[in-house]
Design a protein around this ligand. Structure first.
Ligand code: HPA
Length: 285
């Protein structure tokens, strides 16, 4: 059996030995959902460091944890602390790569959550807006993505137990969940945008010419996460819903120096809108 599959099973067995319930939904906390765990009745928290084979963030002091709990009558698992392609490979992952099996930080936890039993994956992120109608603080339902500059996460030997060699990508973001999210937003009086997320590796923000190109290829927003996680989820047949907070703008003529602090501040300001939509969406699953 594939070594990666064995590792996933060991990770899942450990988690199930300390938490016996099955979550319905998995939530990857990115910008915009920073305070989401306060909406839960928390049943169990497990630090990533404790979990066999689980990746640990390269950011000092941010080890991350899985939070298990109830949102109304729904059980969820929340990844508080996510991983990015730009973090590079750990030594352990380099070994997996040599063995031509991908066990990279940003997608391994998605595999694990699927094997824990989740039936829906929800993700959030911060993104730069290139659609001229967008403003800082807007929230955008991701309708589709363009993977730019990113190595496809499924390169390597395919593990057919996880999914097919050539997965269909005609609708990575569930149409039904998007439509439900739009009506929830309307009920709450929240204005939402909807558009195409262009995934880049980062960690640099874009040059003026790159923002222009992202707009020209059909992007509405650009960010450094989500795409590899969504590809892993779609590979396994997991329905996905994802939203971006527009934290800065790459409109031609409006470019200015972007700071990480500015991105975090805009994301915090948009948190109540995104939290309200995601919470209701999960309650209605
Ligand atoms: N570009 C890429 N990633 C981002 C941006 C951006 O402008 N804003 C927040 N994350």
């Amino acid at each position: 059996m594939a070594a990666l599959l064995n590792k996933i099973r060991e990770t899942v067995a450990y988690i199930q030995s300390v938490y016996g319930e099955t979550p319905t939904a998995g939530v990857v906390l990115g910008s915009g959902l920073g305070n989401f765990t306060s909406e839960l009745v928390v049943e169990k928290e497990i630090s990533y460091q404790e979990i066999p084979h689980f990746p640990v963030s390269t950011v000092e002091g941010h080890t991350g944890r899985l939070v298990f709990g109830k949102l109304g009558d729904k059980r969820v698992v929340v990844m508080a602390g996510r991983f990015h392609f730009y973090e590079g490979y750990s030594m352990q992952e380099v070994v997996y790569l040599v063995g031509s099996e991908m066990c990279i930080r940003d997608r391994y936890p998605i595999r694990v959550m699927k094997y824990l039993g989740i039936e829906t994956l929800v993700l959030s992120n911060a993104a730069g807006g290139v659609n001229e109608a967008f403003k800082v603080g807007d929230v955008m339902i991701i309708s589709d993505h363009i993977s730019q500059f990113m190595e496809n996460p499924l390169i390597g030997k395919n593990i057919s137990e996880l999914g097919p060699r050539f997965p269909d990508m005609s609708e990575p973001y569930s149409k039904e969940l998007r439509s439900r999210a739009r009506s929830i937003a309307q009920q709450h009086g929240i204005v939402v945008q909807e558009g195409v997320y262009v995934g880049v590796t980062g960690p640099t923000f874009e040059t003026k010419a790159e923002y222009k190109m992202i707009h020209a290829v059909g992007g509405d927003a650009v960010g450094m996460s989500t795409v590899p996680e969504v590809i892993a989820a779609v590979h396994m047949g997991l329905p996905v819903f994802a939203m971006s907070v527009i934290t800065d703008l790459g409109h031609p003529g409006n470019e200015h120096v972007i700071s990480h602090e500015e991105v975090l501040q805009a994301a915090r300001a948009a948190e109540p809108k995104m939290t309200a939509i995601v919470k209701q969406l999960i309650l209605e699953l």
